[in-house]
Design a protein around this ligand. Structure first.
Ligand code: GLU
Length: 488
């Protein structure tokens, strides 16, 4: 029987969740769900200067927004907690005691200055800049005596000389090989008693019974060190899968230079979590090399590390925007109304009560909007005229209302609309289509004038439907007001 899959996402809360971290989280989560395993969230907050609670909360919010749920973590608990490294000091102490018992570590009494001097000398010689193993030569009895006497010391891993290369089968990149001679006797516990990064991660992954470590390949040089820590503890290492980096379109590693990188920035720009999830899934994995619309169920049912690419993924914001537009268009109307209402409420254009009372009206508005936008932040500018009074933009005034004949076109339009029996888009359309010929004007000039009058701008949802949704009184009042400032 194979053990159940357990994977983890282990962000350092030194910033918000960015695209690269989110992609790592998605792959771990999809892998866990695909195999009916557990997805663990561990907060690696050992860097006290750069870690903040605010960042931890932002990471939790971003994951929840994307719909990536974890089974164990700092907020939900679980059998292998605590799930913040700063709360796990007793576990690191136990692990150090185990390594001491197994003779796998030795105390190092070299001072920081001494180590720095040795490093510089080694560099000047062009040799291995690692620790020269001075303290490894101290006899166990002498070392124990100095420790007992309170001589300041760190603990170093006794990397076995005769171990041979550290080799592991990376589930994405294939066989990886690191010569043992290039691996330092790394410090596992500093002289102040705090664990080092590679020690803490290996202890955590071992004690949390992690079966697969899926992470960015910026960690690949840490893996052989962590494998040696596992071996020193007498624990079987997990399987490893290192994900290639994400590049910007210029072939450089994705960073702030390429624009927004945090998940919450994408949320604020009007991206849908399901579209971003879909896009993140495709940043290095593919279903069949061609399908682009992959919902979460399909992802969960099909995700596999075999289909993760070794090549860097290119972040293409236009493709993400296009994908978002597809999700918006294909969303059931009821759902789109809910999203639209949330955006309108945030903008102060709609109250929760109005959202309920005007549901039918909002349902009629929904398709006019959803077919024309790629991002939810386009909703407010597009429909503001239906919720608030509008001031005609100067640009629109000059381009449309200052055209000869605009005033009479608007006056005629107001008159034609006043006498309509039913206030419905097809009747409105018939009434307005009769005007241009009668006025000797181009249809576009007449319709643009009416559009500017009711929306204040030259871009809007379709005109006749917009008029219907605005309501007769407000529509006519705006057309009359525009007529007063339009040219003869
Ligand atoms: N805390 C590390 C990071 O945020 C991840 C460590 C790991 O996945 O092993 O890059």
């Amino acid at each position: 029987m194979t053990e159940p899959v357990r994977v983890r996402f282990a962000p350092s809360p030194t910033g918000h969740l960015h695209i690269g971290g989110a992609r790592t989280a998605v792959y771990n989560w999809a892998f866990a769900r695909r195999h009916g395993g557990a997805f663990v969230l561990r907060i690696e907050d050992t860097d006290p200067e750069r870690s903040t609670e605010e960042n931890t909360q932002a990471i939790l919010r971003s994951l929840a927004w994307l719909g990536i749920d974890h089974d164990e973590g700092p907020d939900v608990g679980g059998p292998y907690g605590p799930y913040r490294q700063t709360e796990r000091a007793p576990l690191y102490r136990d692990a150090l005691a185990l390594l001491q018992e197994r003779g796998a570590v030795y105390p190092c009494f070299c001072s920081a200055e001494e180590l720095e001097r040795k490093r510089q000398e080694a560099r000047a010689r062009g040799g291995f800049a690692g620790y020269d193993k001075t303290c490894r030569a101290i006899s166990p009895t002498d070392a124990a005596a100095r420790v007992a006497a309170g001589d300041p010391h760190a603990w170093r891993l006794k990397v076995p000389f005769d171990r041979g290369d550290v080799v592991f089968e990376d589930l994405v990149r294939g066989e990886m090989r690191f010569p043992i001679s290039a691996i330092d006797d790394l410090i596992v516990v500093r002289s102040d008693g705090t664990p080092t990064y590679n020690f803490a991660v290996a202890v955590d992954d071992a004690t949390m019974r992690i079966t697969h470590v899926i992470r960015g390949d910026d960690h690949i040089s840490n893996t052989p060190k962590q494998i040696l820590v596992y071996e020193a503890m007498g624990v079987e290492p997990p399987a490893f899968a290192h994900l290639s980096m994400i590049w910007g379109p210029d072939g450089k590693r994705l960073s702030k230079r390429h624009g927004a990188t945090s998940v919450e920035a994408y949320r604020d720009m009007g991206y849908l979590p399901e579209a971003l999830l879909n896009y993140l899934a495709l940043l290095g994995w593919s279903l069949d090399g061609e399908t682009t619309i992959i919902d979460r169920e399909t992802l969960i049912a099909n995700f596999s590390l075999e289909r993760v690419s070794r090549n860097p993924a290119i972040f293409d914001s236009e493709k993400l925007e296009w994908l978002n537009g597809v999700y918006i268009r294909e969303m059931p109307r009821e759902q789109f109304v809910d999203r639209m209402c949330a955006v309108l409420q945030d903008a102060g254009l709609l109250s929760p009560d109005e959202a309920k009372e005007r549901r039918e009206w909002l349902l009629a508005l929904a398709p006019l909007v959803s077919e024309r936008i790629k991002r939810l932040d386009e909703v407010v500018p597009m429909v503001r005229f239906l919720f608030a009074e509008v001031a005609v933009e100067e640009k629109a005034k000059d381009a449309v209302l200052a055209v000869a004949g605009a005033r009479s076109a608007l006056e005629e339009a107001a008159r034609a609309l006043e006498s309509l029996e039913a206030w419905q888009s097809d009747a409105i359309e018939a009434a307005l289509r009769a005007l241009p010929e009668r006025l000797g004007m181009k249809p576009k000039a007449v319709f643009q004038a009416v559009r500017v009058a009711i929306t204040g701008t030259t871009v809007s949802p379709p005109l006749f439907e917009s008029l219907e949704l605005l309501g007769r009184e407000r529509a006519i009042a705006r057309i009359e007001a525009a007529a007063r400032v339009a040219s003869d």
